[in-house]
Design a protein around this ligand. Sequence first.
Ligand code: C2E
Ligand code: CA
Ligand code: CA
Length: 457
Amino acid sequence: MSTLVFHTRPGFDALTGLPDRAAFIAALRSAMGMQQGLAVLFLDLDDFKLVNDGFGHEAGDRLLIQVAQRLRGAVHDGDLVARIGGDEFTVLCHDADQTGATILAGRIRGALSAPFDIAGQRRHIRVSIGCRAAGPDESDADVLLRDADTAMYQAKEAGKDRVEFFSDATRAKLLRRLDLEQRLRTAIEHQELTVSYQPQIDLGSGRLVGAEALVRWSEASPVEFIPLAEETGLIAPLGEFVLRTATKTLARLHADGLKPLTITVNVSTRQLEDPDFPVLVKDAIEQAGIDPSHLCLEITESALMAAKSVALDRLRECKAHGVYVGIDDFGTGHSSLARLRDLPVEVLKVDRSFVDGLGTEPEDSAVVAAILSLAHALGLHVVAEGVETPLQANQLIALGCSVAQGFLWSPAVPAAELRGLTGIATAAHPRVRGHRGERSLVDEMMHQLGIAKEAVA
Ligand code: C2E
Ligand code: CA
Ligand code: CA
């Protein structure tokens, strides 16, 4: 193993003595001109930030030096190891195809698997590795490095601590994503997105009491384009469009006499990073002329748990403007009780995965019962989502849940249809009471809504 050089030299990283990014790319360029085949490995330590934050930067630096030494020991003579960023290392592997690169990646993982000395403690670290093998006809070093980097990101996304290869499938996926991003950008600019509303039903009365605003695009499902919008920043204009549309819709519905209706709008943490978000909320409320207590902003539990305190302060600012705040997908994001008590929220939305097994999986009923008693203890409202069967709805009523939404009643529909639905549900209200003895409340509501039990059971 070669010894490290610690003083600054051009082309070398001062901390580890390894070649730096510029030197690596230069070496890669000249190798591409001569070699038959080669491979680039892109390494990124998993959770290196935890070492820096937990043990200090000096401990982090010492770890990087140890990693550099082990990497040099793991590669063949003639292969080049470089440090190209904070905790990012690259390896140029000569005369290697995919098989050779796989073997080398395995050796590197082996070399890094023994514990490291971190601030006097023996600790294990993990690494994510992206590989890109190149044939003799390829000539762009930057593309090669970028592809290896992309493969490393795939390794991170797939759960870290693994090796991923950049393949034709990766390239195709990347291109599809870029294409989707471009089309989404255009769709937002040309106002091609729409907002649909999923009814929320009061289980005690059968009345329509609210609706969740869900964005719609003819080209893709929100499950696909919302994460993309969050990563690219497009969530800001998209979120503003949904908020302004939903508040205007609410104003119209209220003007039509549907006064008790509350509308819930989904908010991503990325939107809370904008210091002006509370101003936007206030402006949307004023422009639409709505009572803010009929607007609920909903954020997923996992996003709330990961949110920085400044983001939570922004939510508090929104609350100060009179809106409600709710936790979406509750039960999936590992809230701590202490944290929950301090969060600026008033509504818990029970995740669909627990509603799913109501009446069939005893564990699910137990979880929902626990969430309900927790909510009652903390003085929070509860909404159940993803209700698809009368059995689930009846279980919710038995457990004391008051509001629910789901395909049992309706998917998200255009605002105009929501108005129609309200008519039926509201008219049903007195009759539901009168027939309670003969039919279950849910059966009655279904009957009034014109839904055949067999069609949904
Ligand atoms: P979410 O907030 O949990 O929304 C509920 C999703 O479950 C919706 O899917 C809805 O159509 C679906 N759903 C409703 N009832 C049922 C049911 O009974 N069974 C089943 N299997 N599914 C049901 P959608 O509209 O595809 O939205 C998916 C996700 O996209 C939403 O999950 C939300 O996280 C996100 N999203 C949608 N619109 C917006 C938006 O305007 N802004 C933001 N930030 N996110 C949005
Ligand atoms: Ca939601
Ligand atoms: Ca949800």
